[in-house]
Design a protein around this ligand. Sequence first.
Ligand SMILES: NC(=O)c1ccc[n+]([C@@H]2O[C@H](COP(=O)([O-])OP(=O)(O)OC[C@H]3O[C@@H](n4cnc5c(N)ncnc54)[C@H](O)[C@@H]3O)[C@@H](O)[C@H]2O)c1
Length: 367
Amino acid sequence: MAKKLNYGFVGCGMMGQEHIKNINLIKGSNVAGIFEPDKKMREKASIIAPNASHVESIQELLGIKSLDCVVIASPNNLHLEQFEEIAATHPIPVMIEKPLFTNSADDKRISNLISSYPKPVWVAMEYRYMPPIACLLEKIEQVTDGVSMVSIKEHRFPFLTKVNNWNRFNRNSGGTFVEKCCHFFDLMRLITKSEAKKVMALSGQAVNHKDEKYDGITPDIDDHGYVLIEFENGIKGMLELCMFAEGSRYQEEISVVGKSGKIEALVPGPGRFWQHKTHPQPTPQVVISPREGKPVQFIDTPVDTVLLNVGDHNGATYFQHANFAKMLKEQSQPEVSLKDGYAAVKIALAAQKSAATGETIDMQHFF
Ligand SMILES: NC(=O)c1ccc[n+]([C@@H]2O[C@H](COP(=O)([O-])OP(=O)(O)OC[C@H]3O[C@@H](n4cnc5c(N)ncnc54)[C@H](O)[C@@H]3O)[C@@H](O)[C@H]2O)c1
């Protein structure tokens, strides 16, 4: 019998547990160790990962002999230092939750890791794996015959409550464009096959979190905004985010237009937040609208209910983990690299800076 793939977890709150529930659906996988400081989260994780040893540090986690890989799913501002601790102690294949980092002064630290980390690192960018988005990505060239414009609209529920409310403050999350939207900047890079050249943004806190206080301080995170991006190859991108719009029919609407047509992906939000109980949630869909009078095509991309029930991401966490496990077994390369994780956050940090200063940001990359 083939050896099981043994996973270790650094942080096992809401997202860590979604990872575990999806890993549990993959044959030959086992969660062997968890480092999770919060007692309640540890108890919840024990139920879905009954074979896991609970440890008190990353050092102790890496001491588990059978470990094949680590998933980092701690708060955003801890990702980079925890990854560096793994690099310094016992480099092992890693899946690291987005955002890879939260501080624009961290370029050097990332470039060191990119050039020296000896094992595969996969940055978790679930949105690539949502069935309607995966279908859009596959058909873009054929429909558009060359992309000119990419627009992503996310209208969703407010930020959820997290352990110790880490997501209420920019200093922990990197800011709303970093925490929430690095996924969308990753998709834009993938669609345009280019790097961002200029970034402009507007954002603010219009509705959410205004009446909350933590240690006497009101959250400083934004709840809505726009970002405009010019890519090096001339393609234009636009993001619209609203986090007080959980009544929306679809949560994400992505549209890509080129000289021969337009393709859209329509993604419903998590079923547990669907507001209109007397109406069924819409099916995820791709719409292809060619120019020159050809008929519009509607392609439904339904997601298996087993997968919908083990996460909030349209089955994406399962598909991502299936590919991650395949990469480990075949010793191939990660589909979402450290460079991808870095470049998506750079755009997000530029958007944060532009919104704060009113400036257009000229992008500079170390690669
Ligand atoms: N890819 C996605 O679609 C997606 C979705 C949700 C969350 N996330 C990311 O997952 C990460 C976790 O988010 P969450 O929603 O699970 O938050 P959460 O608060 O539910 O979980 C974070 C966990 O980390 C633990 N933690 C705190 N300090 C730690 C430390 N020093 N070492 C190890 N663990 C520590 C907390 O106790 C908590 O249980 C964040 O980076 C978030 O951006 C990604």
